[in-house]
Design a binder for this molecule. Structure first.
Ligand code: ADP
Length: 187
């Protein structure tokens, strides 16, 4: 049954684009619809699975490949996995896509498309101000690259639409793909 098929929702986007916010909304919604859900949040992974890794290209790639590896193990056992890491490099995201799809799971790349200007304007965690002050060298979008996806399954305009609208776009896609049940209509 397709609803038991594991899948990976792979968020990508700048710091402050809305990956964590949407993950926190999406996870309980998927659980309500009967899915087992695991979340791999970039900041959390860096405190355990990837503890000790920095922000060089090599370390960033290692971090993202680790997240992809674990996501694949979970998804092939029927889990709905959500990853929320900047994942700035296209080739590494695509490598994870290939790994996950080769094992029969769906890979749903969701681009949180807020621009640097939009993320910096809200600077939720104060990180952009620190990056501009030179306290965070190699900050994605300021002095480190971000490669937007070319063909993401879902694009959320997280810099200029409400959270509920971004969430709706993702859920609509998952329902249309048959990855989550549509809610029962209450009459
Ligand atoms: P990230 O995990 O990508 O670093 P966060 O989720 O921590 O980003 O922060 C995103 C911020 O943007 C939050 O304060 C959130 O409320 C706000 N925001 C505004 N609109 C949206 C949207 N459409 N989707 C997600 N977050 C949004």
């Amino acid at each position: 049954m397709s609803q038991e098929k594991g899948f990976v929702i792979w968020f990508t986007g700048l710091s402050g684009a809305g990956k964590t916010t949407l993950t926190e909304e999406l996870a309980p919604l998927l659980r309500e619809r009967g899915r087992k859900v695991e979340v791999l949040d970039g900041d959390v992974v860096r405190t355990n699975l990837s503890k000790g890794l920095g922000f060089s290209k090599e370390d960033r790639d290692t971090n993202i490949l680790r997240i992809g590896y674990v996501a694949n193990l979970l998804a092939r056992n029927g889990v709905a996995v959500i990853t929320a890491a900047i994942s700035p490099y296209r080739d590494i995201r695509d490598a994870n896509r290939r790994l996950i799809e080769a094992d029969g799971s769906d890979f749903v790349e969701v681009f949180a498309a807020a621009t640097v200007e939009q993320c910096e304007a809200r600077d939720v965690k104060g990180l952009y101000a620190e990056a501009r002050a030179g306290k965070r060298p190699g900050f994605t979008g300021i002095d480190d690259p971000y490669e937007p996806p070319l063909h993401p399954e879902v694009v959320c305009e997280t810099g200029r639409e409400p959270v509920a609208e971004s969430l709706r776009t993702i859920v609509d896609f998952l329902e249309a793909r048959g990855l989550v049940a549509t809610p029962a209509v209450v009459r």
